[in-house]
Ligand binder design. Sequence first.
Ligand code: GLN
Ligand code: ZN
Length: 764
Amino acid sequence: MVKSSILGYPVIGENREWKRALEAFWSEKISEEELLQTTKQIRLDNLKKQQVAGVEQIPVGDFTLYDRVLDTSAMFGIIPSRYQWKGGKVSTAHYFSMARGNENAVASEMTKWFNTNYHYIVPEYEGQRFQLTENKPLTAYREAKKELGIEGKPVLLGPYTLLKLSKGYEDKDVPAIILQLIPLYQQILHELQEEGVQWVQIDEPILCTSITADEMKAVTEIYSQLTKNIGSLNILLQTYFDSVEHYEATVALPVAGIGLDFVHDNEQNLQNLKTHGFPRDKALGAGIVDGRNIWRSDLDAKLLLLETIQQHVKAEKLWIQPSSSLLHVPVTIRSEQKLDSVITNAFAFADEKIKEISALRTAVLEGKDYAAADFADSEKALASFNELPARKRQDVRDASSGSVLSDSKRNLPFAERKVKQQEKFQLPLLPTTTIGSFPQTPEVRKTRSEWRKGDITDQQYKDFVNAEISEWITIQEDLGLDVLVHGEFERTDMVEYFGEKLDGFVFTEKAWVQSYGSRCVKPPIIFGDVAFTKPMTVEESVYAKSLTDHEVKGMLTGPVTILNWSFVRDDLSREEVTNQIALALRKEIESLEAAGIHMIQVDEPALREGLPLKKSEWDHYLNWAVNAFRVATASVEDTTQIHTHMCYCDFNHFIDAISALDADVISIETSRSHGDLVESFNEYHYDKGIGLGVYDIHSPRVPAVEEMTEIITKGLEVLDPSQFWINPDCGLKTRKREETIAALEHMVKATEQARQRLGVTAGK
Ligand code: GLN
Ligand code: ZN
């Protein structure tokens, strides 16, 4: 019989109760016992919701106190020696020190979970012996059964994905690691079987990346080992975020079911299903409802897709499920009271997606008439939504069609622009600058919230922001920086600020999703056509410029970053939406230029994270992403200098795309891994202006002059002094005033010394 299944549910609670409990515990306001009590309640509430909604396969063990990958490392004792863990059950204190560091040991590295905005803690292999410290899925299963009578489906991160996401080993170590992992997984599965568990979900999203045929063979071997002696226990091997790379080998794995994503697969899974069929004896977990985006499903279209799938899979083997865990979407639209109801009715967050799954299951099982109300609601809501004039504006569609998008080339090539720009700006060798933001002190935040509440007038707020700008212009002049910034005091968030001023965006009250640890974000929602309405940054930049003889960089967030950090409408391609944003930003850039701002920085820190999982799709993405940046920036005068900024340094594979942006100057994070960066410049000749971040801004520590000198010296070994800029790694908004000034003083000093060594003085 057709079943409904959920792969994972958001941990954070309807009002971020989870976040509050964690943070209260970290700041010692509640005890560990209270933390565990509160989070247990949240976990049970989450399960209860799914139970009430009639979900048949309810995931257990997907809940976490920080991150699920970290849970897995802790479960297997994959704990770096610096945390001084002595074996046995991992205490809460040990667990959190891996996540957040402690006085004696730095935190573990954190990185993005595939192509999502969720971050996991990277497991570190140090040659340690693994051990099963606790059978967490079993604990979770027992709890759900005892407290709620739920026959849960334990969820586990699969061994191959775990291996691939870990660091600290070389290829030659892989067989030994796998050999260590297999018996631990076997033990977990064996104990689950003894307990009477029927289905286990093992997540292997890595199968949706470009893994080789040999790697796929290793996966097959692992699973034939894992499934020995598990008796009546069934494994559903779950994949998501794209199509599986090796369809035939994947569906042939010795497991009882396979979960496939039919939303983010570019129809490749569906195509493979049609071409190669699906094993008759296996269950198919069909990911039908989008687990990563917030839009209500068109139930009729989904039902049609299910009918196509059913031509290859018998109803009793079919599970209807979201395309991935629901941790990537907010909890419920019930919390949204202020938005136009036509818009909120077009949303489906986690709870609403669960309802959609139930409706689809009913329709498949008993016929659409039995879910008539759900189907009618869906149709009506989407029809009204699509009728909103903001969804389709002829002016925007006309503007973003055709020729304007190929108008993405600067008038002169870089080498010629460089000469003209240098004539105009007369910058010293190794110009110094910063990335844009200066400290957002409690006072800045307090004043902004007073203004938002209406406690102070627009004019008062503006005066306040101007006073901050003025103060920091003086500070920058006193420090001796060459290119100044206004400081971004008027912005909370680099995407939200623009989203609030452009047409086509809405902002929710409580649509939070977990980003990393207890940190949640509330992404803007792009629901309509994006258009420029009025200048967004001109006033502040012009004011800053009026206070100084130095150049002041205008400061914008780039089109691809705005896209990648928002929830995006899914009726247009991401490329089309990005082009709309790019054209809106082009107007902003032209306004800045017309107002006398001749250096303009367009930040693209999220360019890289939009890369598709499959390498074969990278070029296509990079082509349109780079083109959008160029559409936004190409119309300026030869002498207007376009800067960009990115805060990661994984330059290899990527340097062509960075160069293709054709920005006159890029500033980039380097300080944490300058070695790698230097290497990539040895291999690739980069000709444009480049500022290597000379110190890490994520720490309050003020680095010594010598530390910065070292990075400058290394950089100058591979880059020409005439292209070399000096700046911190990223914006300074999270730092305190004193440490910022002290660090920048050191940066200027290191620069002066470097100039002396190069035989030039700082004078213009
Ligand atoms: N201009 C932004 C700032 O300085 C850049 C932030 C970022 O790269 N994430 O804060
Ligand atoms: Zn940055």
